[in-house]
Every structure is written in C-alpha cells, then in structure tokens.
Write a protein that binds this ligand. Structure first.
Ligand SMILES: Cc1cc2nc3c(=O)[nH]c(=O)nc-3n(C[C@H](O)[C@H](O)[C@H](O)COP(=O)(O)O)c2cc1C
Length: 457
C-alpha cells in the first residue's frame, strides 16, 4: 500500500527581535505599527497558512549594560496584537508565545479563551519556559524559579489552565427566555486546582470557547522539554531544520508520545526555517549572500564575537583576523537576556572559530556570516517547493514555521511563487476547509475533561 501524501502545515513567524531581521533595508517597515502586523497576517492568510506566529521576550536583551542596539527593538503585547488581528483576518490561526514561569494560569486561561471567542476558534498558545533571573526582575521574581523546575511549573500552568477551560461545557449557555434561564447548570465555571505551584478555586468567567482549548505549541529542546511536548502539546516549534537532524528529532519525539497514551498524529513537528526565493537558483544564491551581509554588519560581527569571548572587542577590525586572546569564563556575561552561547562552551567555540577562520582565511565578519547566517532553503520557486515537500514526505517534519528576514513584506515572494506550486502538487490547501485552527491542522477535537467541574462542585 502506498503511503498517503502528507499535507504541509505552515506557520508564519512575524520577523523577530534579533539581527536576522534586517531593519536597514529600504523595504523594511515598523516592528510595532499595526499596519505591519496587518499586512503580514493578511499575506499569510492569502497563502492559506495555518497560523501566524508571534515570539515573545519579556525583557529586551542587553549588551554591556545597554539595550542590544543591533537587535530590532520593541516587543508589543502579544494578546493585544493578536486580538486586533482577529478583526482583520478570517481563517488564519493566531499563535502567541506566552511564558509559563511569569504568568498566572487564571489570567492567561482567560486571555486565551477570550482570543478564541474573538477569533471564532483560531487561538494557539506557544508555551515557553524561560526563567532567567534577569527577566524575572521585571516581575519581582528575579531568580524565582530553579531552572530544573521550569517544566514542572509549565505542566502545572497548562494543567490549571485546562481545568479552567474545561469548567464550562458546550451546552452551558442556553439563554432560554421562556424559562428565564441563561445558564443551564448553576455550577458552570466552578473549578478547583491544587498542586505545589498553585492553590486556586472559584469560577472561571469565560464560557467555553469554540476550540474548547487553544491549540498548544511548545518550544524547548531538552529531554524534559520533549516529554512536556509529548504529554501536552499539539505541535512543537523546533530549531532542528536540516534533513538529518529533523528526522532524528522527529523519530525521537514521535516515539515519546506512546508513553503518554497518545498517537504520532497528535503532535506536529514544525521547524523554524528561513528562505530566499529568486527567479533562478543562481539569483537566489546571490540574494542570499547579500542578505547575510545585511544581517551581519561589521558591528554585529564584533557583537557576536563579544558574546562568545565575553569581553570588550570593540578595538578589533571586523574585516581583520580573529582575536588571539581567549574568552573570559567564570564571570558575569556581557550579554543578558537570551544570549546564544553558553558560558561553558565558550573556549571550545572560540577554538573552532579560530581554526575555521585560519583554514579558510576568513575575517571576523566573514567567519560570523559563515557560522551563523546560512538560510535554510535557497533557490527558485520550484527548488524551494520541492525541498520543502521532500522534508515533509520524508518525515523530517510535518511542516514549517517560516521566518522571513523583512517586515512586513518578507513573505510576499513565498506566497506569490512557492505557494501555488505546493498547491499544484496537492500538498497545500487551496481553501480553508475547517472552521477552527485545530480542524485546519487536522488535529483531533478536544472534549472537556468531565472531572473538571465534578471536582470543583
Ligand atoms: C525554536 C525555539 C523558539 C523559542 N522561542 C522562545 C520565545 O519566543 N520566547 C522565549 O521566552 N523563549 C523561547 N524559547 C526558549 C524555550 O522556551 C525554553 O525556555 C528554552 O529552550 C529552555 O528549555 P529547554 O532546555 O527545554 O530547551 C524558544 C526555544 C526554541 C527551541
């Protein structure tokens, strides 16, 4: 029997707060104005994407005590942006990254239920667990959570939120004018949840939303993170974006589902990927080179190096050789927030980078471009469409979260040129068929857990 061809699932990542987002291009627009979000979301919907995706950072990165000037700066509030987008889109899912360490379940269950109502069933929650003390300072919780507890707290937060969502059933609102009864069951919304993080009880004030619960995504790669996803999530946002790494990750995570009584179809694997589409493969390769130089300016290159070396390297010439001094280890990091290099790896990374620069005769900037800047899919529309499909049909993933380098027009070439080819070969919808995001993603419906209200009453 031939295996049925998988449909490609697509998310559109609003360009992020980092140097891969090119702000210096004449085509680049605001990261904050509603017009950018509106245009980006409507383009993704025109391309029949499953969802729009917003990442989150609760504190801007700092480098040597200052806002990381090389990042694209500014993080407007996720729920406000998604709620506004619900009003100017009709079908596309609205996925928000919300941290499970610094938020309370009641508040976020209420916000997601509201978003699900406002969007008629299109809400999704990407659960992230960052718990660093630097971010915690914003919440009077600096150093609050031991990192080893990040997923215990995440499971508790999601568990409590589920209890709240399930405290209302589909038939609870009857609005029976003749009988004078608005609510069928006087216990609707009653809930109680208790564990070592939360001891909450009362009544949830948002009746059951169209999806019952939002679609749950997870981003985090440790064994605990993978187990958390296998137990709780509908999709994983991963960085494993090459064919081999993707296949290994895919096998590992799908295997974990059985331990939690779930089947492989219940969890979608979606790597974040970048792309460059040109009229020909050669033209796309040339464009890709230009974009990499835009992403890694001389200053950005020195900045990257300082993150690894953990010392001021501003006196070095980005077009010259790598420093001959070693990284500083065992002290405070120069970069606070989501630094990309772990302190204990620094000596090794520096050694590898020096060897590579010497072997290929690369300057600091060229080295940083080579090691950090390669796009995932580069080529003509046909090349990109064929490669994406190859990854999905060969179980490196179930789809992709596309990360363009330009706001707000970065998706345009993909939607105009690659999407029609994927539709032609029958692996991407031409129209939305489901009413909710869960239906569009082909995920099973979620019945309310019967015990939610029983335990409360
Ligand atoms: C692909 C990916 C995207 C992530 N995006 C965010 C984000 O937008 N905001 C955030 O606070 N953390 C983000 N994280 C961090 C994770 O939530 C998590 O805190 C971190 O990866 C540590 O967990 P781990 O040890 O399981 O990887 C992301 C992680 C991954 C792998």
């Amino acid at each position: 029997m031939t295996k049925q061809r998988k449909q490609i699932r697509l998310g559109a990542h609003f360009p992020g707060v980092n140097n891969t987002t090119v702000w210096s291009d004449p085509e680049a627009g605001s990261q904050i104005s509603f017009e950018s979000f509106r245009r980006f979301a409507q383009t993704a919907e025109r391309g029949r994407f499953d969802f729009l995706f917003l990442a989150e950072g609760l504190r801007l990165r700092e480098h040597q005590g200052r806002i990381h000037d090389l990042d694209v700066v500014g993080r407007p509030d996720t729920f406000t942006v998604l709620a506004a987008l619900a009003g100017v889109t009709e079908h596309i899912g609205l996925a928000g990254t919300i941290n499970s360490t610094f938020n309370e379940p009641y508040d976020l269950a209420r916000k997601f239920a509201t978003l699900d109502h406002l969007s008629a069933g299109r809400a999704a929650w990407n659960v992230v667990t960052s718990s660093d003390a630097f971010t915690g300072e914003n919440f009077r919780r600096g150093g609050y959570l031991d990192p080893s507890d990040r997923y215990t707290r995440a499971a508790a937060t999601v568990g409590a939120a589920r209890r709240l969502w399930d405290s209302w059933l589909d038939g609870d609102l009857i609005a029976d004018a003749q009988e004078g009864r608005f609510v069928a069951d006087p216990h609707a919304g009653a809930y109680a949840y208790h564990d070592r993080f939360f001891d909450i009880r009362g009544r949830f004030n948002v009746p059951r939303s169209p999806q019952g619960r939002p679609v749950i995504l997870q981003a985090g790669d440790s064994p605990e993170g993978r187990d958390f996803a296998a137990a709780n999530a509908d999709a994983i946002f991963t960085r494993h974006s090459t064919l081999e790494a993707g296949q290994e990750f895919y096998r590992d995570v799908k295997r974990r589902l059985g331990q939690f009584g779930r089947t492989p179809e219940e969890l979608l694997i979606l790597p974040g990927v970048t792309f460059v589409v040109g009229d020909t493969d050669e033209e796309a390769q040339e464009q890709a080179r230009v974009i990499r130089r835009q992403q890694v300016s001389g200053r950005t290159a020195i900045n990257f190096l300082e993150q690894v070396w953990n010392r001021d390297l501003s006196a070095y010439d980005p077009d010259g050789p790598l420093p001959d001094v070693d990284p500083v280890v065992g002290t405070e990091l120069l970069t606070q927030g989501r630094a990309s290099v772990r302190r204990d790896d620094a000596l090794q990374v520096a050694r590898r980078w020096r060897e590579r620069a010497e072997a290929d005769n690369l300057s600091i900037r060229e080295l940083v471009i080579e090691t950090t800047g390669r796009q995932s899919f580069i080529g003509s529309p046909l090349t990109v469409a064929s490669q994406l499909n190859y990854f999905v049909q060969n179980d490196a993933c179930d789809g992709f979260i596309l990360v363009p380098h330009l706001t707000p027009g970065g998706l345009d070439p993909f939607v105009d040129k690659v999407v029609p080819l994927l539709q032609e070969i029958g692996v991407l919808r031409t129209e939305y068929s489901g009413g909710t995001l869960r239906e569009n993603l082909g995920l099973p419906p979620q019945a309310a857990a019967a015990e939610a209200r029983e335990e409360a009453s």
